[in-house]
Design a protein around this ligand. Structure first.
Ligand code: ADP
Length: 637
């Protein structure tokens, strides 16, 4: 390759002399520039081996600046003898040599050659240095790759044995040791046993047992500090186990030492250093993480099995569905209830698991309140109480409780009550009849009249109760229903008219918020009148004088919403879930408010017979709001 010399000369005569007269004939390529800027451009655009700079261009200072900017480039300065003191500064700043006029070809060539030799030495040194650095980098990359591989194994491999094998293999590979072993502490015996090893004889692996006291590995367990052993003569660290050099580092989990990772040389006298300790410690950390992960995984697995066994054995059905309508859990009871006998291929799409219409509707229909409860009738005529709940970040659960027995009990009770009530009605009518006749058959005094009136009131109360009971029996049995298309608005007006006097008696204001247009619904007018009468009647009875009652009727999502709000005594939270049960009277009932506890049971039965829902919101001491939701004009049975 050509050797290029840069001439930075002010005087073209000097340039010519150097170029044509000396350098070109000697075989050098010459680039000539006349100022500092030209020098910088030339330096950037081509490879310059030596630069000769004339002080006339930028003074000695230019040479100094160039020497500092390009320290690997030999620089020869041409200056006059008067500039001798500055020349010394230039040499100190790194200028290679200088020439003073008159310039002699031999002297020029001699200084150029020496400069080139220097350039050569710099190049050789730089290459060697580069090679060394690259080697170190390469080693580091390979080391990082091995550590990375171990790290990936910790997260990718589920089998702890495999991970620990990767760790001991890497320990040998990274330290150049003959063997590596991973010792674990046996909590029961307090001894160390070999959990994984590389290049250790199987017999030793299987029989290895080391007490924690009086051994090197034990010391690491006790102190939590690494040990580096570098001996001329082999040291016996256990009977029949001789090593020359060794490193032991602790395996630590949650500030507890659970074992030791070691590398050792038995034959070769290869020393270990601090960086080896750092490497083995990094591997020990990976091993500790893998051991802890395995322990956590095992615990989770045990907990999961426990939960699974509970879910398998409980008498209730449990179904869990995720946000994508995938069944992620269905216990055997739930599967049995809905005849879903497929093996546990979960998760599976909802419809592949269950086909029961009511169940699918329960899951898919939007609900406002949670837990949402509904009764489902199974194909084998059993009835279950289904409770739907939302679980954040998972989806929803449905728990199913078999209430067939209670339903049957309820039915028998109703049947009994209805039979007895029926049989009681005739004698009561007779009593009432004869009491009325008493006055006609002879004179009676004031006290007797008072007693007769009391008998009449009591008999009427009993008759009313019996009528309620009979009504409830009929409603529950679904008898006597004559469903037609009707307007809730009209029914409401009748009720309000009938309740004028009790409203006035208690000085209550009734505010009606009824939508101007309300679609018809399909229902039994007598029964729905009962619903309105009962709810309004209760609002009046449980309000104190001067209160306000608000009746709301509106349409929303194909449904009629009918609500009666009062500012009365309210219902205690503990009673609220029970007030729709037969004969239930809440603890808020004041003495002078009479009642049988049947009104709301009748309301609920009628509403449900119309495919509707009724519920109460109440704040004790502030009032209650009963809401009835009925579907709009839809033929129902
Ligand atoms: P009752 O004949 O006792 O009124 P209901 O079945 O109509 O029977 O009501 C059951 C219970 O619910 C009542 O005893 C009362 O405790 C409570 N209740 C019903 N309506 C109201 C209301 N508007 N305000 C407060 N409590 C009420």
């Amino acid at each position: 390759m050509d050797t290029t010399i840069l001439l930075i000369v002010a005087n073209s005569q000097t340039g010519e002399l150097l170029d044509r007269g000396v350098l070109a004939p000697a075989g050098f390529r010459v680039t000539q520039v006349g100022d500092a800027a030209g020098a910088v451009t030339a330096m950037r655009s081509s490879a310059i081996d030596v630069a000769i700079v004339e002080s006339a261009v930028g003074g000695v200072q230019l040479a100094i600046t160039l020497a500092e900017t390009y320290p690997a480039l030999p620089l020869i300065l041409i200056a006059s003898t008067e500039e001798q003191t500055q020349m010394l500064d230039a040499l100190r700043a790194g200028v290679f040599d200088f020439l003073t006029p008159p310039l002699k070809p031999d002297a020029i060539l001699d200084v150029v050659q020496r400069a080139l030799n220097k350039r050569q030495r710099i190049n050789t040194w730089a290459k060697e240095n580069n090679r060394r650095n690259t080697d170190i980098l390469r080693q580091r990359v390979s080391l990082l790759e091995t550590l990375g591989k171990v790290g990936r194994s910790v997260t990718a491999l589920l089998d702890l044995d495999e991970v620990l094998k990767v760790v001991v293999d890497a320990a040998v590979e990274l330290t150049g040791a003959e063997e590596s072993s991973l010792l674990m502490l046996d909590e029961n015996t307090g001894e160390l046993y070999m959990r994984a090893a590389r290049n250790v004889h199987d017999d030793l692996v299987n029989t290895f047992r080391l007490p924690v006291s009086d051994t090197l590995a034990g010391e690491v367990v006790r102190t939590g500090k690494p040990i580096l052993l570098d001996q001329e003569s082999p040291k016996k660290i256990k009977t029949s186990y001789l090593v020359k050099t060794l490193i032991y580092v602790p395996l630590e989990v949650q500030e507890r030492i659970i074992g030791v990772l070691g590398v050792a040389n038995r034959e070769q006298q290869k020393s270990f250093h601090q960086r080896h300790i750092a490497l083995v410690s990094a591997l020990a950390d990976y091993a500790s993480i893998a051991i802890e992960n395995a322990r956590l995984f095992e615990n989770t697995e045990i907990e999961r099995k426990k939960l699974e066994s509970i879910l398998t054995r409980i008498e209730d059905g449990v179904i869990v569905i995720d946000a994508n309508e995938q069944v992620i859990l269905a216990n055997p009871m739930a599967r049995a209830m809905f005849k879903h006998s497929k093996p546990a291929a979960l998760p599976c799409a909802l419809e592949d698991c269950f086909t029961h219409d009511q169940l699918l509707a329960l899951i898919r229909d939007g609900h406002d309140t949670f837990p949402y409860r509904v009764e489902l009738e199974l194909d084998d005529e059993r009835v279950v109480n289904a409770q739907l709940n939302l679980i954040p970040e998972i989806g929803m659960t449905i728990t199913l409780h078999d209430i067939t027995y209670f339903k049957e009990l309820d039915r028998i009770k109703s049947e009994f009550v209805s039979t007895v009530s029926h049989d009681l009605r005739s004698p009561l009518t007779a009593i009432l009849g004869y009491v009325e006749l008493l006055e006609r058959v002879g004179p009676i005094n004031e006290r007797q009249r008072n007693f007769i009136q009391r008998v009449q009131t009591s008999v009427r109360n009993i008759t009313e109760l019996i009528n309620d009971l009979l009504d409830l029996g009929r409603i529950e049995a679904g008898f006597n229903e004559r469903k037609v298309s009707l307007s809730i608005k009209n029914l409401l007006q009748y009720s309000v008219e009938n309740l004028r006097s009790p409203l006035e008696e208690k000085k209550l204001t009734l505010r009606q918020e009824v939508a101007s247009h309300l679609p018809n619904i399909f229902g039994d007018s007598v029964r729905l009148r009962q619903v309105i009468d009962n709810l309004l009647g209760n609002a009046i009875r449980y309000s104190s004088e001067g209160g306000e009652i608000i009746v709301v009727a509106k349409e929303e999502n194909d449904q009629i919403i009918f609500r009666v709000e009062d500012s009365g005594c309210g219902i205690p939270a503990a009673d609220r879930p029970h007030i729709f049960e037969k004969f239930y009277r809440a603890s808020n009932v004041v003495e002078n408010v009479s009642g049988s506890g049947l009104g709301l049971a009748i309301v609920k039965s009628i509403v449900e017979n119309h495919q509707g829902r009724v519920w109460v919101d109440s704040i004790e001491g502030e009032g209650s709001a009963f809401t009835v939701v009925l579907p709009i004009e839809k033929e129902t049975n």
